[in-house]
Design a protein around this ligand. Sequence first.
Ligand code: GLU
Length: 288
Amino acid sequence: MDQARPPACAGVTRFAPSPTGLLHLGHAHSAAVGFLAARRAGGRFLLRIEDIDAGRCRPDFTTAILADLAWLGLSWEEPVRRQSEHGDDYRAALARLEALGLLYPCFCTRKDIAAEIDGAGAAPHGPDGRAYPGTCRRLSPAERAARMAAGQPYALRLDMTAALLCSGPLWWHDAAAGRVAADPAPFGDVVLARKDTPTSYHLAVTVDDALQGVTLVTRGADLFAATHVHRLLQALLDLPVPAYAHHRLLTDAAGKRFAKRDRSLTLAALRAAGHSPAEVRRMAGIDA
Ligand code: GLU
């Protein structure tokens, strides 16, 4: 089968915000792209709250996100999936990768990693910054066991070289870029389970899109590169491959991307300032 061919039914889309702040115009644009794509296809629009980061996510932001999206005029299928409630799904995926021999525990702190990279002089730059130098990949089984027995916290990393040997060449289909050859190698040994959480962004998104039956992933162009990793995980976990549509990022008058810190452009602030949902949809570049 041609892996890069868009699925016949591109009718299930989703919006997947992280409740670490209030939604701004950029989020409104992103949510509407997914909503309208589903509506045009006579399909389904899903919502997922990406709240695995217990330190940064807040339930009141989740409440505000749901209220803002409804105010904007969007509707979604229930139930809303909350990632914090689905640890077992991520653990099952990790067990599968573990059985393939593709994971290893990483005991490094950020400081250890920075010191190792600085000591080595140069480290390849990946899309997420400097790639992990592989320190813990080289630990002996006895050393790993000893550190675990001593209760040292660890993350789980993907052995990228081994994973690529396992998967072979991969492709995905992007609405703007067309057939894209997956090239996750520059990310290096990505973290798939963090020290404090039984998953990571890359793993949770990939597993959830499959479990929710998403057939078209619509999201901002800032996440285009991450799709290289997601495509690899789909192959390793034997998951269906959705089509992708990475949309442009909205910018302010000065050409700067909207960020959660731009308080005046949150949907809540615009609503409080008296703007109607139709006006805000227009500001967010949404053409229904
Ligand atoms: N939760 C991610 C964010 O808020 C988006 C994940 C995705 O769409 O794949 O940036």
